[in-house]
Ligand binder design. Structure first.
Ligand code: SF4
Ligand code: SF4
Length: 231
């Protein structure tokens, strides 16, 4: 008999030992996640998605006040490299155990205007119970708030799945006024993706900064102040 719980524990332990800070598994059957055409055929054969998060440095994000900083840009790239390496290793481990795995790149945007990637890591992380969709349109985890970055590995390895969290930002509106683009609204559904993207583009072009990042609403979230824990 296939032991989904055992498989889950095995992959979780592997991921945490490899450097993941948060781990969850999403049931992605039934078209719950949209995929880029390039991978949609193979992805349709994989009903599970492993969601992994690494925590960003609070001190690095503390340098972000009204614009992204060069040290945050470097840290952001390091986090993506680490996530890609984690996804690579978890995918390889799953394959060594006899199943198929498809690591999704942490930060490869297939369409900047529409903000599309091979698969939505935020969507997968929400389904995997890593966090909820915050007013700032980021996944907000109970442990570290939005001070995380995400990656996913699709697989056909039978795994126990986690449930989406029932928490939300509730009565917190701390990030609504901090956004220089006015993109963050009271209702999560009203988040202005275009205004946020235009602001990122302005930051990217300013003094040849060269990276679509901001970080302001991460820094301002009180949940980003959660203390570090060893899993
Ligand atoms: S990333 Fe920047 S522009 Fe986008 S919502 Fe957050 S604060 Fe606003
Ligand atoms: S600052 Fe408050 S409203 Fe904004 S993401 Fe954090 S918890 Fe949610």
């Amino acid at each position: 008999m296939i032991d989904k719980q055992k498989n889950y524990e095995k992959i979780k332990e592997f991921a945490l030992n490899a450097g993941a800070n948060l781990f969850g598994v999403a049931d992605i059957s039934g078209n719950r996640v949209e995929f880029d055409d390039e991978i949609s055929g193979i992805a349709s054969k994989m009903p599970f998605a492993v969601a992994i998060a690494v925590k960003l440095s609070r001190s690095v994000l503390a340098t972000v006040n009204d614009r992204p900083t060069k040290i945050y840009k470097t840290h952001y790239k390091s986090a993506n490299t680490r996530l890609d390496s984690l996804a690579f290793s978890v995918g390889r481990e799953i394959e060594l155990l006899g199943y198929n795995a498809l690591p999704i790149p942490a930060s490869y945007i297939t369409d900047w205007q529409k903000q599309k990637a091979h698969a939505g890591h935020k969507n997968i992380a929400e389904l995997a119970g890593i966090g909820w969709r915050g007013r700032n349109n980021l996944v907000v985890s109970p442990e570290y708030g939005p001070l995380i970055r995400l990656v996913s590995v699709l697989t056909d390895m039978p795994l126990k799945t986690d449930k989406p969290l029932t928490f939300s930002c509730g009565g917190c509106f701390e990030c609504v006024d901090c956004c220089p683009a006015g993109a963050i609204k009271e209702r999560v559904e009203d988040f202005d993706h275009i205004a946020c993207f235009e602001m990122l583009r302005r930051f990217m072009k300013d003094k040849n900064f060269g990276q679509y990042i901001c970080g302001i609403c991460i820094t301002k979230c009180p949940l980003s102040d959660g203390r570090d824990k060893k899993s």
